[in-house]
Every structure is written in C-alpha cells, then in structure tokens.
Ligand binder design. Structure first.
Ligand code: CP
Ligand code: NVA
Length: 299
C-alpha cells in the first residue's frame, strides 16, 4: 500500500508516468469516454481548512471514475471534538478505500497514514501541497514539454507550495530560484535536502532572470490571516507584475495555485494576461488527481 503525503512518496519515474497518464485521462474525458475503474470505491475527504478546487476535483474525479466520496468537516465529525487521529484513522480506513486530508499540522497526516489500512493523500498541510504540484507539472508539460533542466522561479512566501516546489525540483530535475523577503525563507531542512537544485534570493529581480516559469502564491496562507497586514508590507516588493515578467524569458509561463489576490502577490495584468496558464492549472487538478487515485488504487 502506498500513501501520497509528499512528492517524495513516488519515484521520479512514477511521477513522470503519472503526468503522462493525467494527460491521457484528460484526453479521454474530453472525448466523452466513460472510464469507471473505481466502481463502488469510496474516498473519505477530511477538510480542516476551506477549499474550492481540491474538493470539487476529488469529488468529480471519484464520480467520473464510478465511485463516490464522503466530505467530512471538523464541525460534524468526532475528529473535530478531539477523538484521537489514530482512532479515527483505524475506524474511517476500515470503511472506505482511500482517505484525502487537508489540515494544519503535517504530522497529523503522517499519524493518520501510520494507522490507516488504506492509502492516504495529503491535500494540503501547513508544510506541503503535493497534489497541486502534479497539476502544475502536467500544465507545464502540456504547454512547453519536459520541465527537466528548466529554470523555475518561486516568488513570495517560503510556504507549503514553495516546499512542494522544492521537492518537485529534485523529483522532476529542474532548477528552482526562490525569492522571498528576509525572514520568509522556506524551511532550512527542506532546502538542504535538495540544495543542488535550489538557489535562494532576497532580490526578486535577480531571481527571475532566465526564468521559464514564474510561480507565486498568497502572502498569508490559511491559518495566517492575522498576519495579513504585517505580510502586506514585508512582501510589498514581491508582486509579480508585467515589469517582473519582462525580465524572464520571453516564453515564460505564469502559474498560481489559486485563490489569488490581484493587486497583492500578482497584478491583474499578469494573472489575466497571455503568459498565465492558471485556468489550465486549476482544471488539471481534476486530471492529475484521477491519475493519482488510479495509481494508489492499483499499487
Ligand atoms: N489550489 C487549491 O488547493 O485550491 P483550493 O484551496 O480551492 O482547494
Ligand atoms: N499557501 C496557500 C495555498 C492555498 C491553496 C494556503 O496554504 O493557504
């Protein structure tokens, strides 16, 4: 049995195959082909944080695959009233075929996985967002071909998305320039495990030179709402605008996992402009996660 808690739970070869499969599943879906490999299978979806894309994509994926899903929020489960993660894991995993979790502490998904009898998928923690990276890698490949050897630039907060980009740099073989304000760097442990593929910058203009892909994310993630004002001033020089895009390669793409704040981390001109592939990126959550579900159900 396999879990998907970070991108490192799959080998580089498995990840490449998964992206290729996501592209194929997308083609099949667009062609109207009915493909129901997960008939009668059930996915439990535990959400301790809000979601639009993750919930809709996993739920649609299960329905299109012939299975179904159960949405579990802390307001309605005993988990939300303090039932131990270990007990909840044993019980929930005895009744369903896979479990997807979006929560705060990454150790929660690790503890859940340890006691689970079925595959566990990390659908975002404070530390990682690996499902989003599957969609991002699929989107890059669809637009530009292989990402191996390319230069990707992360602009903004050294957050969960940034950490998953660090894992992706290693697993997909690209170089990642990370431009953050001082004090907002990614975790030193995660960086040091991938240091051959990473360069850290505090000057965003130097970081974006020769970029093939520029990626950013919100300045205050879920759970950091009270830091919004402080972060707005710390990140003021880190907006991805058209002047910054102009310093990158002329065919550079722009990605953002969404939801976005136009006028903060990205200008409206960039996110709504011709280099932005954010709508494909969002749609690919569906296709990439179908490939992930198929992989986990057959390994
Ligand atoms: N990108 C992403 O995970 O979006 P949601 O928070 O809407 O699921
Ligand atoms: N870094 C953001 C990503 C949202 C999909 C957050 O954790 O809120």
């Amino acid at each position: 049995m396999r879990h998907f808690l970070t991108l490192k739970d799959l080998t580089p070869v498995e990840l490449q195959q998964l992206i290729a499969r996501a592209i194929e599943l997308k083609r099949m879906h667009k062609a109207g082909e009915i493909f129901e490999p997960l008939k009668n299978k059930v996915l439990a979806m535990i959400f301790d944080k809000s979601s639009t894309r993750t919930r809709v994509s996993f739920e649609s994926a299960m329905i299109q695959f012939g299975g179904s899903s159960i949405f579990l929020s802390p307001n309605d489960t005993q988990l939300g009233r303090g039932e131990p993660v270990e007990d909840s894991s044993r019980v929930i995993s005895s009744m369903v075929d896979a479990v997807m979790i979006r929560t705060f502490e990454h150790t929660m998904v690790e503890r859940f996985a340890q006691y689970s009898s079925v595959p566990v998928i990390n659908a975002l923690t404070d530390d990682y967002h690996p499902c989003q990276l599957l969609a991002d890698m699929q989107t890059y490949v669809e637009h530009r071909g292989s990402i191996e050897g390319k230069t990707v630039v992360w602009v903004g907060d050294g957050n969960n998305m940034c950490h998953s980009y660090i894992n992706a740099a290693e697993q997909f073989g690209f170089h990642l320039n990370i431009a953050t304000p001082e004090g907002y760097e990614p975790s030193a442990d995660i960086v040091s495990a991938a240091k051959a593929n990473i360069s850290l910058f505090n000057d965003v203009k130097s970081a974006v030179k020769s970029a093939d892909l520029i990626v950013t994310d919100v300045w205050a993630s879920m759970g950091q709402e009270e830091e919004q004002k402080k972060r707005e001033s710390a990140f003021a020089d880190f907006q991805v605008d058209s002047r910054l895009m102009a310093l990158a390669n002329s065919d550079a793409l722009f990605m953002h996992c969404l939801p976005a704040h136009r006028g903060e981390e990205v200008s409206a001109e960039v996110i709504d402009g011709s280099q932005s592939v954010v709508w494909d990126e969002a749609e690919n959550r569906l296709h990439a996660q179908k490939a992930l579900l198929e992989f986990l159900f057959t390994h």
